[in-house]
Design a protein around this ligand. Structure first.
Ligand SMILES: C[S@@+](CC[C@H](N)C(=O)[O-])C[C@H]1O[C@@H](n2cnc3c(N)ncnc32)[C@H](O)[C@@H]1O
Length: 367
């Protein structure tokens, strides 16, 4: 009689003959939380591809256990996750916008990091499961080849805005920052600062030009190269981030106000369960491409947290209770909290010790 195959691939357990699968077959890992998963239900070419992937996997005892945050580089730790075990991986990587935790990366390093991390997801996501990447375009991407934009203002006059104008707007809107004040007065934030303090905050005329770097195509290609397929994309509309929009009044650019959610699918059998959301929730956001909810109010303990609503929606849409949800750029632990609140398991990976401690504290204080 075969032993219950909780840890092993269910090739077929109907008769004794089937229990004589080769040693290599027996080493293939079955996702423990998806006992209905059966590789033989997949198309033949996928069966072969997935068998080849999983036969090279390591000893079971070395795998990262769920419900823990691990400190280290995602590229070192992802190969230690049990193959075929993650129902959903949802994360927000460094965006290459000059945050403290990405300052050491060149643009080439940043691209390599994301390409490697996406590639390392393919073996660990359950067939039919998802990888969801929350990312934004780079709005001030330095491009040395870009010609200087020579703005022609119809009036060709220096800004008429006076210090008194600025003080009046400040009195009317004490909560406004200099970008918002500049927007109201139709001048640059530089003018606001110059009138108030007599200095030039952008540091001179000869800074390299900046342009928008659209990242969607890059992410799509890295995912396709890894074996995933783009499945869906949504927009998260957040609070306008004036600080991220460092352009002056002689510009037609909009303020930074949205991010993307790219959904990638690993071929396999996907559970479709319309009961995961109520009819009202399907109508309000489940079926809608644009999600609007506020940003995190205070990024005082981490520079770039996403609101818990973001991973919570993705988790509710794409997983069932008990499934394992991964975030390999865990930061302050938001995804782990969302997973726990929703009765899912989590695995968290984070490079910086201070954020690992923060995430662990947040999780502990929830209990
Ligand atoms: C955009 S933040 C994620 C914030 C998170 N979603 C939250 O709500 O707190 C990206 C995180 O990735 C971490 N990180 C950067 N490079 C990493 C790497 N190679 N491996 C693992 N984590 C990394 C950073 O320290 C940072 O905390």
């Amino acid at each position: 009689m075969c032993s219950p195959a909780t840890e092993q691939l269910r090739l077929s357990f109907d008769d004794e003959a089937n229990c004589k699968a080769t040693a290599a077959d027996k080493a293939i890992e079955l996702p423990t939380d998806r006992p209905d998963f059966d590789i033989e239900r997949l198309p033949k070419e996928l069966q072969e591809r997935f068998r080849a992937l999983y036969q090279n996997s390591q000893q079971t005892s070395d795998f990262l256990a769920p419900n823990e945050i691990y400190q280290g580089d995602a590229r070192d730790l992802l190969p230690r996750i049990r193959p075929n075990s993650i129902a959903l991986s949802v994360w927000s990587p460094p965006y290459f916008v000059g945050k403290e935790y990405e300052a050491h990366l060149s643009f080439a390093d940043w691209q390599q990091l994301l390409a490697d991390v996406i590639r390392l997801h393919f073996p660990i996501i359950i067939p039919g499961g998802f990888l969801v990447v929350n990312i934004a375009d780079i709005l001030t991407f330095k491009d040395l080849t870009m010609p200087r934009i020579q703005a022609e203002a119809p009036s060709r006059r220096r800004s008429q805005v006076t210090k008194e104008d600025i003080l009046r707007v400040m009195a009317e809107h004490p909560e406004f920052n200099r970008y918002q004040i500049a927007a109201v007065l139709g001048c640059s934030e530089q003018t606001v600062d110059r009138r108030l303090h007599g200095n030039n905050i952008r540091g001179g005329k000869h800074e390299p030009q900046t342009r928008v770097k659209i990242v969607g195509g890059l992410v799509e290609q890295w995912a396709l190269d890894a074996g995933f397929y783009p499945y869906d994309r949504r927009i998260w509309v957040k609070d306008p981030a004036w600080e991220n929009s460092r352009w002056h009044s002689l510009s037609y650019k909009a303020v930074d106000q949205f991010e993307y959610l790219y959904f990638f699918w690993k071929p396999g059998i996907t559970r479709y369960n319309r009961q995961r959301l109520s009819a009202e929730e399907w109508a309000a956001w489940g079926s809608l491409a644009v999600w609007s909810f506020p940003s995190v109010r205070a990024n005082d303990d981490h520079e770039a947290k996403f609101p818990i609503e973001l991973p919570a929606r993705v988790i509710r849409l794409l997983t069932d209770p008990g499934d394992v949800v991964l975030d390999c750029f865990m930061g302050s632990g938001t995804t782990a909290l969302a997973a726990l609140n929703l009765g899912r398991q989590y695995i968290g990976i984070e490079l910086q010790e201070k954020y690992v401690e923060l995430a662990r504290r947040q999780i502990a204080s929830r209990r």
